[in-house]
Write a protein that binds this ligand. Structure first.
Ligand SMILES: [Zn+2]
Length: 175
């Protein structure tokens, strides 16, 4: 056997998937958002582990299709495993991703206290209605903003309006 082996399927899949952007927010990758969790060799081939930003996020079907299509286009077979525990937290989102969201006109989520590990698999829909104290306008930075709709362009976002520059913007809800 040769000492240097070609890249494994897992390594190839990682390379491809790291560049895969979020279907709703094309400026950030799934990896940067913390949605892409793992790529591993499973009994049936490659397994791509993703964790939705919240349970029931409508974008997850699209993400699953994108992942499969990308792997298939490069001759790799893979399945997508949706992992709900531990639950996605905004702590998994990189600082670079938060900067990109801001530049894209979406207020990034506030860092929230991480859930105690024991309760991580409990999906609390009630807690999602909790509003952050201040959401700064991504355009002008003003803290004088108001929520105009709890569900923005997607269920993951709330619609806000800045009262300083009057611009509407999306707020990426934490959790
Ligand atoms: Zn503003």
């Amino acid at each position: 056997m040769a000492l240097t082996s070609p890249p494994t399927d897992v390594a190839r899949a990682w390379n491809l998937l790291e560049a895969l952007s979020d279907p709703e927010i094309p400026v950030v990758t799934l990896r940067e958002l913390g949605i892409l969790r793992d790529v591993r060799e499973g009994p049936q081939g490659l397994e791509v582990v993703i964790t939705p930003t919240y349970s029931g996020c409508p974008a997850m079907g699209q993400i699953e299709d994108d992942v499969k299509a990308l792997l298939q286009a490069h001759g790799l077979q893979g399945s997508v495993v949706t992992q709900l525990a531990p639950a996605w937290t905004t702590d998994w989102m990189t600082e670079a991703a938060k900067d990109k969201l801001r530049a894209y006109g979406i207020a990034p989520p506030h860092a929230c206290a991480s859930t105690p590990s024991g309760a991580a698999n409990v999906v609390q829909f009630a807690s999602r209605s909790a509003k952050p104290a201040v959401v700064n306008c991504p355009q002008c930075g003003s803290a004088n903003t108001t929520e105009t709709s709890h569900f923005g362009s997607t269920a993951c976002k709330a619609l806000y309006r800045c009262l300083a520059c009057m611009e509407p913007f999306d707020y990426f809800k934490p959790y």
